[in-house]
Design a protein around this ligand. Sequence first.
Ligand SMILES: *Cc1c(COP(=O)(O)O)cnc(C)c1O
Length: 236
Amino acid sequence: MQETSKQKIFIEENVKTILTSLRSLETKYQRPLNSVKLLAVSKTKPIEDILVAHMAGQKHFGENYVQEAIEKIALHHSGLNWHFIGPIQKNKTRLIAENFQWVHSVDRLVIAKRLNDQRPNSLPALQICIQVNVDNETSKAGVTLDEVEDLANELAGLENISLRGLMAIPHASSDINEQRHSFAKLRKKLEHLNQGGFELDTLSMGMSNDLEAAIAEGATIVRVGTAIFGKRDTKT
Ligand SMILES: *Cc1c(COP(=O)(O)O)cnc(C)c1O
């Protein structure tokens, strides 16, 4: 399928616009330059869209559905980094361990152990974030804030995975102060772990609608879908 030039220009301009706004938000909130990385969330979007974003300089892509992601990775993987950010079923861990560089959505030891055991020895350790349900929503995956430290300690013994930090999807709000309040809970938890001896460098937080709040509270990876690729047809 040939990408229409209109869609191509749309994606290219969105990537540029978001990168520019990440840099200016870093300045605004006294964050070091380039301390916020852009993860382009390409779920439901065709490989053609991913290639356009790649041509515009984007290298990290996030996917939520294993089967869909594997098909895209098979079409194009050289030079790209793939991050799994969706719910993880037990029977999908092998495909994730074999095909991704990062997993942001680990919230159970059993899943972490399977990823660890199934990670091919020929590959570097799988980079992991623990997903935290910061606002205690029944609809959301993730451990509670109170459970994070135990799970982090349990992951420490697993050699083929490397715990890098924490990820959250806060409750939806259009109020920047409310958004910041949720993200601050994740930041404080990371700081607490690091005071206890962990060396975690990643806060995966912030999406198209709450980027500024996330960066203000220390996000190091923002996961942006809609603002790059446009609206998704399917609801997720
Ligand atoms: C879909 C999704 C995103 C991107 O959301 P947008 O609002 O489209 O930017 C980010 N993180 C996760 C975990 C997602 O599922």
